[in-house]
Design a protein around this ligand. Sequence first.
Ligand code: CA2
Length: 152
Amino acid sequence: MNKENHKKILVLNGPNLNLLGTREPETYGHNTIDQLEALSVEAAAKHGLTVDFRQTNSEGILVDWIQEGRNGYAAIILNAAAYTHTSVAIHDAIAAITTPVIEVHLSNVFAREEYRHHSYVSDVAKGVICGFGTHGYVLAIDSVASMLRNQS
Ligand code: CA2
């Protein structure tokens, strides 16, 4: 793996997050997915890191992308959205790789419906951030940068 690749973060977003900023602002805020991408790119650049930012509504594509994160990425930041609460396939994909995965949610899932309290991601994640809106992605990127500094 070359050094440049090692400084890349894969930011993955699951189903319906393409609707950000268009509906339910009281839960998910006013930022659009494009604004969230710009925020993530900016936060990463402050640490000399780059982000590869993606969104899909498909569970299988998320699994493919997590597998892709095996090589060439320092970390994966994952908001699996509703699949967080349902997907054994995503759990297994994370368990199968060594790249650290940081789970992020915009809302505080523990202050919401009970079916959102269980995550198939958390027990295979390096850490979990929820409830801080889009700033949670910045916190996750800062955490990756801190992890990388501690490694070198
Ligand atoms: O809080 C989060 O980030 C969630 O991952 C968002 C998911 C939800 O199923 C999780 O429990 C928590 C839902 C994403 C839907 O995003 C929308 C955005 C705007 C309008 C409608 C849906």
